[in-house]
Design a protein around this ligand. Structure first.
Ligand code: SF4
Length: 107
């Protein structure tokens, strides 16, 4: 039986629940109506929810960053929000020590 742990010999994408995306759930066809897109994305997210490599996939998509499609249970818009939040947190964590050092934050 194949291990579900990604490794060098067993890269995460080989374990992907979506590797045979026959239904085209993960990427939008051109000119897809909004209601159809939302339904397709929800269906894709349900597949992701049962995927053994969800976190590896999500981090890959955030690191690239992948601009289109559902990856790791997140739409492209949701990944942009998450990346912006991570950038803001990273900025805050570097600014607060400098501000404390300069006496700008009472503490
Ligand atoms: S988390 Fe979703 S998009 Fe990523 S490999 Fe699994 S099924 Fe595919």
């Amino acid at each position: 039986m194949r291990s579900l742990d990604p490794s060098e010999d067993n890269p995460w994408h080989t374990l992907a629940a979506c590797r045979r995306d026959e239904a085209g759930l993960f990427f939008a066809p051109s000119k897809e109506p909004t209601a159809a897109r939302l339904a397709r994305e929800e269906h894709a997210k349900r597949v992701c929810a049962g995927c053994p490599v969800l976190l590896s996939c999500r981090e890959h998509a955030l690191a690239q960053p992948e601009p289109y499609g559902v990856w790791g249970g997140l739409t492209a818009a949701e990944r942009r929000v998450l990346l912006a939040r991570r950038r803001r947190r990273a900025t805050e964590s570097t600014l607060v020590p400098v501000q404390l050092e300069r006496g700008r934050i009472a503490g």
